[in-house]
Design a protein around this ligand. Structure first.
Ligand code: N01
Length: 495
């Protein structure tokens, strides 16, 4: 057990801070790199698993790939000339993140197999308790715990009675044989679509259970030739140019589209999805089943190639009848039909509004994050919560999520957080937390702005929180970057 020691000054006169980062996924690794680069030596990253990588470690289902272009889905300061394709397969991203940990020597500061179960403000510092009972103390906590993290298991009658292999997509059992087996997949979000495309043709029979049709934007995924990779390797600026261009066209344009449900840009997305369906599916009955009754972009857009082709194989079936129950040998639908299965995959998504919880976070005067967030996950600019001093979140509630690179989002947020940490280091304050009035004002503006977004145009999606509001940054990406450029310290309580 480490002792609660008062913070010292460094040789340059700055206050020496101990910073605990929770999670060694893409944003936790980023935090480790940037904090140490800023001269903050006393950094610890607690990681509950035995490896870094976050979502890219947890997910290893067949067909896993990233639908954000490879040259965007990476740290802005670490181009990778060796991406194999325009859109990376998941294992390449995992390898990239592990390579970053090695390159920046982060194994020195990451403590693996250490789950943080409680963070409690003791009046001066955070007490950080781990699942084995160890207690650490830190001046600052950065929650880098991700969004798509806690699997959602569906409540389907009889699920526990299934006698074959059954697992959530984010808990994939690599020992389960799929080839020649009867495989069922519940859920047709980005994950279910990728698994269907990869497993169709391997399974003797594949049933995709669809509750709601999805819009699917077509995706070509060409390989980068050895010549192209060599050019990227020789010319770092070429990689950076590509990053900027792809960022501009993919992220900025898309962000304008989704935040304005009346925009021409979002209408064009739907036109492209419709054309994709028209081009790939001729059978009117199948096409009708695959045509959503809500607007494209309302749910997080699925971007995929090969899905419609897979569904039209003779060994693959789209089941749109509602599921009634799961039995020992398969799934029974409401029409009374039993779909016999050897393997049942739950591609049923995540509890996307949990964030750092179930870790108990207790701020000033014993206020629990659970209580502070009883109605909705109120934050100031997604990163700070009133009464939780020196506690910052990356990719927290109402960050730009969905079809954006969460690595880029985390970079922008971390740079903002680093400026607040600087306030603590240079002695302007010992505690920084968003003011309650600033948070209320910001939150109200944000909720109002969500009304004009495509996510509020009438569908059920993982964006919608328990207060019925889509919890995603409701303005365009430019506004995100400009608002996150420099903290307005008037909106913070500095003690
Ligand atoms: O989860 P989802 P996901 N009975 O929540 C269905 C990211 N991601 O894992 O639409 C029957 O989107 C549910 O049906 P419905 C990406 O941000 C990125 O696929 O609610 N069905 C839906 O079809 C993505 O958005 C990549 O009616 C049930 C599905 O399960 C996010 O992860 C790749 C059900 C859940 O879809 C989550 O995607 C993969 C029930 N009881 C994922 N309960 C990249 O390429 C749920 N469903 C970067």
């Amino acid at each position: 057990m480490s002792e609660a020691v008062p913070s010292q000054k460094t040789a340059t006169g700055e206050r020496a801070l101990r910073i605990a980062v929770i999670g060694a996924g893409a944003s936790g690794i980023l935090s480790g790199i940037k904090l140490r680069e800023a001269g903050i030596a006393d950094v610890v990253i607690y990681e509950k698993a035995d490896r870094p990588g976050g979502t890219w470690r947890e997910n290893h289902y067949p067909g896993l790939s990233c639908d954000v272009p490879s040259h965007v889905y990476r740290y802005s300061f670490e181009p990778n000339p060796d991406w194999s394709r325009l859109f990376s397969p998941g294992p390449e991203i995992q390898n990239y993140l592990e390579a970053m940990v090695r390159k920046y020597g982060l194994d020195e500061v990451i403590r693996y197999d250490r789950e943080v179960v409680r963070c409690e403000w003791d009046g001066a510092r955070w007490e950080v308790e781990l699942s084995d009972g160890e207690v650490d103390h830190a001046d600052v906590v950065i929650a880098a715990t991700g969004v798509l993290h806690h699997p959602r298991t569906p409540e389907i009658e009889g699920l526990e009675r299934f006698e074959g292999a059954c697992f959530h997509s984010a808990r994939w059992d690599d020992s389960t044989v799929l080839d020649g087996k009867r495989v069922g997949i519940i859920g047709n979000g980005s994950t279910g679509v990728q698994i269907t495309t990869a497993v169709s043709g391997r399974a003797s029979h594949l049933s995709l259970f669809q509750r709601t049709a999805q819009w699917v934007l077509p995706q070509e995924n060409p390989v980068y030739s050895e010549e192209e990779k060599a050019r990227f390797r020789d010319d770092r600026e070429l990689c950076q140019h590509l990053y900027r261009e792809l960022n501009k066209s993919f992220i900025t344009n898309f962000s304008h589209a989704v935040v304005d449900a009346e925009s021409e840009a979002i209408a064009m997305v739907e036109t492209a999805c419709r054309a994709h369906l028209d081009e790939k599916v001729a059978d009117p009955e199948l096409k009708a089943k695959l045509t959503p009754d809500y607007r494209a972009g309302c749910k997080r857009l699925v971007v995929a190639g090969g899905f419609y082709e897979a569904l039209q194989r003779s060994d693959t079936e789209l089941v749109t009848e509602d599921i009634e129950s799961v039995e020992a040998t398969g799934v029974r639908t409401r029409d009374g039909r039993l779909h016999p299965l050897d393997v049942l995959v739950l591609a049923t998504g995540f509890q996307t509004h949990q964030f750092i919880r179930p870790t108990k976070v207790i701020g000033r005067d014993g206020i629990r994050l659970d209580d502070a967030w009883a109605e909705s996950n109120r934050t100031y600019l997604s990163i700070s919560v009133p009464q939780f001093p020196n506690f910052f979140m990356l990719v927290g509630p109402y960050s730009p999520v969905g079809n954006f690179s969460l690595i880029g989002v985390a970079e922008t947020q971390l740079s903002y957080v680093m400026q607040l940490i600087e306030v603590l280091r240079d002695g302007r304050a010992r505690q920084v937390a968003a003011r309650a009035d600033a948070t209320e004002r910001f939150f109200a503006e944000m909720v109002e702005a969500t009304k004009g977004t495509i996510w509020a145009s009438g569908c059920k999606s993982w964006y919608i929180d328990k207060s019925g509001v889509p919890a995603s940054w409701p303005w365009d990406y430019d506004r995100f970057e400009s608002m996150m450029a420099t903290p307005d310290l008037k909106d913070f309580e500095l003690l």
